[in-house]
Design a binder for this molecule. Structure first.
Ligand code: NAD
Length: 486
């Protein structure tokens, strides 16, 4: 299957002066190479985006934007199966997960909803006439929403296609241009999107630029350039802080989707046998999801029963070859990431948590960056494995005394991205949900996700919301105007 190595800069697919290799994390074989941008390439892309934003009718021509987004949607759908194979190869994501959030879900709705919203969005609103300064005449006043301008997009590797579409859709629908920097581990799907834009859409040259690089710091051009109006980042909290710092010199707004350490809170009236084995779903895609519920809170009054049921769930997790549809869990993205996860597991043991199952590198897999589904019990919320984001197939079970104690543990975290609550009593669960400081919450198995559903975090989990009306507004500026009322 052909992969696209070229970048998209100013409407042209360009090879660049060097290339870097993309590894399949399940086999450790080279999948393909990608153009390896330098800071100069990035600056060229930024200039192209600025020029397109300021000199084309992209920002004001809603019909053009709708047509282009529909063209892009059709072009993506035509290569959906190639994308599936590519995502499995470069991300190491199980094929099962591509039927959901890794591919099919964003393919279905991430561009279509913002496209529909181009007509429905509140582009302006009227304020009551006013004689604010007592000058003896009334002023008619309106608030206009306008594109924010050039958006620098910095991408993660764990759900790259989901993130690229959920950024591109709102950015383009709201009339902005952008420069997208994929994560170095997973540039191929982004390069493909670039080719489809160049070959199958009328998107004006420079409105979308896609610039992959093996050098993280090439992304820093987006944070520092005075030609970029905003940075939209998905990735780790550490990098998010650095981006915010770098962006402060030009006072650009930053939109940050960062890490999480979310709770799966089981109240004492929940149906344990039907609920608890499902806690093993943190192993999906080897735990490489920011919204995973990696702290399981269970009442001390039913603690042993809970641990046994979760253990059953963990022992049922099938993992290995991501092309096998039976597997829920594939490899970690890289050797570095696997070593990082193993370091956390060792720390969990050293700090006194009880390893219930897993904890090692599978002995029967000599290739690929795999880690066994790993369950810890007797975890105290102050331990490293309860406080830091592991980004691996690791769950920590923490006991609590009563609902107040559970809420206190849930909120005793640097993060506040997601979570879930299960109870036999929906009103009780909703009451507890109101007390947890987090951006999204599933109650009794409900799924909050969707292109119309704002997603993002409290505290160190981020700033701003992706998707929903909030996720459109974030890519706009606000202009208030007034003229004498007749
Ligand atoms: P990362 O922060 O290491 O890298 C993310 C991106 O930032 C990459 O493209 C990288 O090249 C780039 N980058 C690194 N340093 C940079 C700098 N100084 N300036 C500009 N760009 C820079 O994160 P990762 O390892 O790719 O992803 C894993 C993390 O992402 C996890 O912590 C996870 O929770 C988080 N994540 C969050 C969300 C969310 O929506 N909240 C989604 C996915 C992943």
């Amino acid at each position: 299957m052909p992969h696209e190595p070229r970048m998209l800069i100013d409407g042209q697919l360009v090879a660049g002066n060097k290339e870097f290799e993309v590894l399949n994390p399940a086999t450790e074989e080279v999948v393909a190479t990608s153009a390896d941008a330098t800071a100069t390439d990035m600056e060229r892309a930024v200039a192209a985006a600025r020029h397109a934003q300021d000199n084309t009718d992209w920002a004001t021509n809603a019909e053009l934007r709708k047509r282009c987004l529909i063209q892009l949607q059709q072009a993506l759908e035509a290569e959906q199966e190639e994308l599936r194979v590519e995502l499995i190869a470069e991300v190491g994501c199980p094929i099962l997960v591509t039927y959901g959030p890794q591919l099919d879900t964003p393919m279905r709705e991430a561009l279509t909803w913002p496209t529909e919203m181009i007509d429905q969005f509140s582009w302006s609103r009227q304020l009551p006439d006013s004689d604010a300064f007592g000058l003896g005449f009334q002023t008619h006043r309106e608030v206009w929403k306008e594109p924010i301008g050039v958006v620098g997009v910095i991408m993660p590797w764990n759900f790259p296609f989901e993130v690229i579409l959920n950024k591109l859709g709102p950015i383009l629908a709201m009339g902005n241009s952008c420069v997208i920097k994929p994560a170095p581990d997973t540039p191929l799907n982004a390069n493909r999107v670039g080719r489809l834009i160049a070959e199958h859409t009328d998107i004006p040259a420079g409105v979308v630029n896609i610039v992959a690089s093996s050098d993280h710091l090439v992304g820093e051009v987006l944070s520092t350039s005075p030609l970029v109006d905003m940075v939209a980042f998905t990735g780790s909290t550490t990098t998010g802080r650095r981006i915010m710092e770098a962006a402060s010199a030009t006072l650009k707004p930053v939109f940050l989707e960062l890490g999480g350490k979310s709770v799966n809170l089981i109240l004492d009236d929940a149906d344990f046998p039907t609920t608890l084995p499902g806690a093993a779903s943190v192993c999906m895609h080897a735990g490489q999801g920011c919204a995973m519920t990696t702290r399981l809170l269970v009442p001390f009054s039913r603690y042993d029963e809970a641990v046994e049921l979760v253990k059953l769930g963990f022992e049922g997790v099938s993992y290995g070859d991501p092309t096998n549809p039976a597997n829920l869990q594939g490899p970690l993205i890289s050797a570095r990431q696997r070593d990082r996860v193993m370091g956390y597991i060792e720390k969990g043991v050293a700090e006194g948590a009880r390893l219930v199952t897993g904890g090692g590198i599978p002995s029967d897999m000599d290739k690929g960056f795999f880690v066994e589904p790993t369950l810890f019990a007797d975890v105290d919320n102050s331990m490293t494995i309860a406080q830091e984001e592991i980004f691996g197939p690791v769950l920590a079970i923490i006991g609590y005394e009563d609902d107040d104690h559970a809420v206190a543990i849930a909120n005793d975290s640097e993060y506040g991205l997601s979570g879930s609550i299960t109870s036999g009593d929906l009103d009780r669960a909703k009451g507890v949900a109101k007390r947890i400081r987090t951006g999204t919450l599933g109650i009794n198995g409900g799924a909050w996700y969707g292109p119309d559903a704002p997603f993002g975090g409290y505290k160190s989990s981020g700033i701003g919301r992706q998707c929903g009306i909030e996720g459109l507004e974030i890519f706009t500026e606000t202009k208030t105007v007034g003229w004498p009322a007749r």
